[in-house]
Write a protein that binds this ligand. Structure first.
Ligand SMILES: Cc1ncc(COP(=O)(O)O)c(C=O)c1O
Length: 387
């Protein structure tokens, strides 16, 4: 990490933990075998995959055969949505897909493609101003011909944590597979797939100090799903392709650290988060917190500022040495407002003034203090320049 800068974008990605890197190293050169090979090289690699799968399964409270390794959270979402939608259509003519209106694009764009190109009927579950899903709305919209329901666990843009277990209970009553995108949640919240009542759950390692380019999909035994990547028998036939052994080992190591008594880390982070939120709301006129004030990720603070171009603000903050985000991917300067902020009731213009500050392992109290010192002037500058 560059010590001269302050990194406030842990929801985008995290630096790989040195202990995780150490656990991965033997699998690049010494134990480089292909887990599908019969010989000793292959067996060593296969053992590493099996151990990683078992370690993660224990933590998620599922059996190892219910874990499918993928290349990232996006792939896990794609496999769950696409794979289950087609399988449910094939087995029981279910054609209706129900997702929340604040999903990550890996879920929403995949579902939109299924609707546009493959004739599925896509319906959105509304959210309140905090981006929270009311289980009663799921009850109202779910149907016998619903192929699958997908609701994000913790929102990447606004941090709100959804009542996943209650929603899962409803889906169970209707016999409809339930998927949750836990890519952000897994970094902070303990996940037990049974108490959560989920059938499918996506995770990506780089959000919890693991390497980029590896993720997993939990798929409850018995849930029908067609593979989206074919051509090999890896991952129980659900995901063809030679295993990325070092990355899978790294993900298992990182996940064990992430799930090891997160309470202390979370209370430290939420103290910083709350200082940041109250400091900003008190000091800056025309600022509003986005997402739920209490039921939100411990490291996540997000705002909109009236009369501010969020992209310009990010550039000024970068020049001041702070790496933040607007919450949605708009690096290209595309002025398209965030779908999530629109869904929670902001106008397109208002939604462009967003800022996301996400904290993590290397955040210090003085980072928050320094940020609170410089932010009001930067906001003023943007407002003067572009107001
Ligand atoms: C909620 C959520 N889902 C999915 C993804 C995609 O994960 P990945 O970057 O591993 O593809 C992200 C990444 O930002 C995310 O925050």
């Amino acid at each position: 990490m560059d010590e001269t800068k302050i990194y406030f974008d842990y929801a985008a990605t995290t630096p790989t933990d040195q202990r995780v890197i150490q656990s991965m190293l033997p699998y690049f050169y010494e134990n480089f075998g292909n887990p599908s090979s019969i010989h000793l090289y292959g067996q060593k690699a296969e053992n590493a995959i099996d151990e990683s799968r078992e370690k993660i399964a224990n933590l998620l409270n599922c059996s190892p055969e219910e874990i499918i390794f993928t290349s990232c959270g996006s792939e896990s979402d794609n496999l769950a949505i696409r794979g289950v939608a087609f399988a449910e259509r094939k087995s029981r003519q279910a054609n209706h897909i129900l997702i929340s209106s604040v999903e990550h694009h890996a879920v929403s764009q995949t579902s939109l493609q299924l609707a546009k190109e493959f004739g599925f009927e896509l319906e959105f579950i509304p959210v309140d101003h905090y981006g929270m899903i009311d289980p009663d709305n799921v009850k109202k919209l779910i149907r016998r011909d619903t192929a699958l329901v997908s609701v994000i666990f913790a929102n990447n843009e606004i941090g709100t944590i959804n009542p996943i277990s209650e929603i899962g209970k409803i889906c169970k009553q209707y016999g409809v597979p339930f998927h949750t995108d836990a890519v952000q949640a897994a970094a902070h919240l303990q996940i037990d797939v049974n108490s959560l009542n989920v059938d499918l759950l996506s995770i990506g390692a780089h959000k919890f100090y693991g390497p980029k380019g590896v993720g997993l999909l939990y798929r409850r035994k018995g849930i029908k799903m067609l593979p989206t990547q074919t051509g090999g028998s890896q991952e129980f036939g659900y995901r063809a392709g030679t295993h990325n052994v070092p990355y899978i080992v790294g993900m298992a190591t990182a996940y064990a650290y992430a799930q090891d008594r997160p309470d202390n880390r979370n209370s430290r982070l939420s103290t910083f988060r709350d200082q940041l939120i109250s400091g900003i709301l008190e000091e800056i006129d025309g600022s509003e917190l986005t997402g739920h004030p209490a039921l939100r990720l411990p490291n996540h603070a997000s705002f909109v500022f009236k009369g501010v171009d969020g992209n310009k603000l990010l550039m000024l903050l970068d020049m001041e040495g702070f790496a933040c985000s607007s919450g949605s991917a708009c690096k290209t300067g595309d002025p398209h407002p965030s779908d999530v902020l629109l869904a929670i009731g902001f106008s397109p213009e208002g939604a462009l003034g967003s800022l996301r500050v996400t904290l993590g392992a290397y955040t210090e109290k003085n980072h928050i203090e320094q940020f609170l010192k410089i932010l009001p002037d930067q906001i003023k500058k943007v407002r003067q320049m572009y107001g």
